[in-house]
Ligand binder design. Structure first.
Ligand code: 5AD
Ligand code: SF4
Length: 490
């Protein structure tokens, strides 16, 4: 769910994005997004809703009449970062006030949900706290702020926020490019003992079939070629198709695969327990379902998996991968791992290393265990020293990184389909993504943004693949935004 770069220390710890363009004589909103893709999606929907309310996005926080932080609560550092950011925003608000300008500050997302009014007590600069289930009420909440209220909106709404939210406009979709996120499921009933999600995002809820299909069609009509279906437990999605037949995510993907224009489908994040036959069959039957699966395992030790309440063993996971690979032999795997969960011994960690050696992930996200208040893990015995967590993280990363580059090297000389996404960094280049989400640098003449082109991979760059016609770039000038797929968060 999160990102960074190749070593754990110098990694960006969140998928922070600052979106927008400026316009004259309108109110401006600066949105900063932390955490997972679901937050990226939520920020887009909030931005679109604010657009209807007269707000133009800006990338310059100094110009913003409204600063909106969409926050993540998954690890302690994620929440602490919000408070230090709010400290900087307090100074900014004072500077703007000295120039006679008013600045409203809103905190949304999982920190908002978890901490509620506490945020305003700790950071009085905040005018509005709004949870992930209530953000369709944002324009109304801002109107209350304008009347001088401090507003906290974290009750779970009875109404369906997706029904209440205005539909994103075509120009808003086009502005975001040829790939899009689409949240189909929210919340989690799994209660892994380390995780705050079941508390911040609530119980598992699936968006209705018709709503998802309608949104996917609108995206495709606006030129989107690839959709990533999102959910905290996306493969727990359940619904009824247009005939009233009960279907799971595999069935939904079958229906999405026939929407004209949509060439690529992905989904994230999945729980091994919810990988059912229908979904495995979708991997077998649908070429547009990309052969890349993010399937977190967290640990390779059965003892730790049990303590984590993952409800599967390492062997269950490996057998599941056998079944998936049988259905789609070219599938590449990605995973999440936690080092230093309470009680983790050297042998437990070794079991994780063994599992990684067996699976050979194409990419991975790694985390040091971070005790989250209110979760069972935080109260367990046997907390592991930070230095041990860290040493294990480094060792795990070194192995995953080796596998990742071996996987990239294995593609050299092969033909891959690439979705062309944006201009390249240098003249004569364009940039796209492989089926395995790797950035690919291509010669410009090969096609236009939105095209899917077949190319031969000739070499690997620091964080990308190079297609025929491209020469290896100077490593010092590699693009920052060509994020590698091995990510680690301290
Ligand atoms: N500490 C460390 N990592 C965590 N994750 C979730 N909660 C914690 C925690 N308390 C990781 C898991 C999950 C990913 C999104 O974040 O690996 O799959
Ligand atoms: Fe958290 Fe586990 Fe649910 Fe994933 S499955 S969101 S890790 S509780």
């Amino acid at each position: 769910m999160d990102d960074g770069a190749l070593t754990s220390d110098d990694l960006k710890t969140d998928r922070t994005s600052e979106t927008g363009k400026t316009g004259a004589n309108t109110r401006k909103v600066f949105v900063k997004t932390y955490g997972c893709q679901m937050n990226v999606y939520d920020s887009q929907r909030m931005g679109d809703a604010l657009g209807r309310d007269g707000y133009e996005p800006t990338q310059s926080i100094e110009d913003a009449d409204l600063v909106l932080l969409n926050t993540c609560h998954i690890r302690e550092k994620a929440a602490e970062k919000i408070y230090s950011e709010l400290g900087r925003i307090r100074d900014l608000k004072a500077e703007r006030a000295a120039r006679g300008l008013e600045t409203r500050v809103a905190v949304a997302g999982c920190v908002a949900q978890a901490e509620g009014r506490e945020i305003i007590s700790r950071a009085p600069v905040v005018d509005l706290v709004i949870g992930p289930q209530t953000y369709h009420r944002l324009p109304d909440a801002l109107a209350r702020v304008a009347r001088g209220e401090k507003v906290v909106e974290t009750e779970y709404a009875v109404e369906d926020k997706f029904e209440e939210l205005p539909k994103s406009e075509r120009r808003q979709i086009i502005g975001r490019g040829v790939t899009a996120f689409l949240t189909v499921q929210e919340g989690c009933d799994k209660f892994c003992t380390f995780c705050v999600v079941p508390y911040t995002r609530g119980a598992e809820v699936s968006r209705p079939f018709a709503q998802v299909i309608e949104e996917a069609r609108a995206l495709a009509d606006a030129g989107v070629r690839e959709i990533t279906l999102l959910g905290q437990n996306v493969n727990a999605w359940a619904g009824e198709d247009e005939t009233g037949r009960a279907i799971g995510l595999g069935g939904l993907i079958h229906k999405l695969a026939v929407i004209p224009g949509l060439a690529r489908l992905r989904y994230t994040t999945s729980h091994p327990r919810d990988m059912d036959e229908e979904l495995v069959a979708a991997h077998r039957d649908l070429p547009s379902l990309m052969p890349y699966l993010h399937l977190p395992v967290q640990s390779g030790s059965d003892r730790i998996l049990k303590a984590m309440n993952r409800r599967h063993t390492a062997d269950d996971y490996l057998r599941l991968l056998d079944t998936i690979r049988e259905a789609r032999p070219d599938i590449a795997l990605s995973g999440d791992f936690i080092t230093g969960f309470p009680g983790e011994t050297d042998e437990d960690f070794e079991a994780t290393m063994r599992l990684v050696r067996e699976v050979r992930y194409a990419s991975a996200f790694t985390f040091k265990y971070s005790p989250r208040p209110g979760t069972p893990g935080a109260g367990m015995d046997g907390h592991v020293e930070e230095s041990v967590k860290d040493a294990r993280l480094q060792e795990l990363n070194a192995l995953l990184r080796r596998h990742q580059s071996e996987f990239a090297e294995s593609l050299v000389g092969k033909r891959l389909s690439v979705l062309v996404e944006k201009p390249g960094r240098h003249p004569g280049q364009i940039a796209g993504r492989s089926p395995y989400l790797q950035p690919v640098v291509l010669p410009e003449a090969i096609g236009e943004i939105g095209d899917i082109v077949d190319v031969t991979i000739t070499s690997t760059g620091p964080n990308s693949l190079l297609a025929e016609g491209m020469t290896k770039p100077d490593p010092a000038s590699s693009r920052k935004d060509e994020a590698p797929t091995m990510r680690s968060v301290a």
